[in-house]
Design a protein around this ligand. Sequence first.
Ligand code: GLY
Length: 387
Amino acid sequence: MKTFDITPLTPAEALEALDTAVGLVRQNLSLFTDRCQNHSSVNDIYPPCDNVQWTCGFWPGEIWLAYERTGDGAFKDAALKLVDSFLYRIQNKIEVDHHDMGFLYSLSCVSAYKLTGSEKARKAALLAADQLCTRFQEKGGFIQAWGPLGAADNYRYIIDCLLNVPLLYWASDESGDGRYADLAHRHVATCLANSIRPDGSTYHTFFMDPVTGAPVRGVTCQGYKDDSCWARGQAWGVYGTAISYTYTRRPEYLDAFRRVLTYYLDQLPANLIPYWDMTFTTGDDEPWDSSSASIVACGLLEAAKFVSAEEADTFRTLAGQMLSSVASLCAVKEGPAGIGLVRHGTYSKKSPYNTCTQEGVDECVSWGDYFYMEALTRYTRDWKPYW
Ligand code: GLY
């Protein structure tokens, strides 16, 4: 496995970085309690938004991590207020016709339930799991990411969904109904069978045949082109295979984790922060995606629980090196109201070959902030995941 010449963050430095992040969450708390935080910043400042985006769960996740670090009731009160908003959203089916129920509800409501026993949060999360199940396609055995159910031009899943299915595993454990976990297992098996290329890189989205259910082709949306490797898709693959192993203990998922991780490490520039697509290398004039580094650090720290002491040490060292780079090159120390926590994320960059709308290029991104805090938390103590 490739090694890097960067000194890992010490636990004390990680706690200091976490406390800086917690301070920024505290500073922005009143701004984003009655409103949500937009998916990405504008010049590093987040505008507020209504609770309608796929990304609105990350901010409450940050508040819960701040609450866990400090025990301060102000964080708990604000995050419980947001639980009301998330219950309202799912009960009234506001912008929930997509697969991102896990990103939304694992971090806003499963977290709230695990930490406070809130029955409202439990109810909201179970409703969200039900909603996610409605997107499961029997023909092909996958959760359809976007668009009207069954539509031929959207008969596909995306690798990001590996972070949505943990909501289903939780729902099965919580309700005693094995159907949620069964759909999760089937989706993950389909995804890992098709989305990982022989060299360990990944496709962002993957079309299935609506008539036969057979795999058709991998296509990008947010990556540079169909046969390149979108950095965050690869990062979702790293963390997603680690969590899939946690829930299933299938050895082939840990093998998949190692293959996807190896490709990711092999493409990284020396500073361990990937460009937005892994086709770009040191010296290219392209923006970074710092959020990928934090997501991969979380995956490494999750996988470290299940491997030999020697391999766990390698994974923890890599995570500490990635966090060192994010903390020194990207983390915000202070700033005005609405400032993000981590600079140099990229949401979607338009290329001549992809189909996304350009948004949030070289900005703070809500999930980049969340996963930075999660990774620092994981790095400094034995943390019980919200996933
Ligand atoms: N899940 C969408 C993204 O990572 O941008």
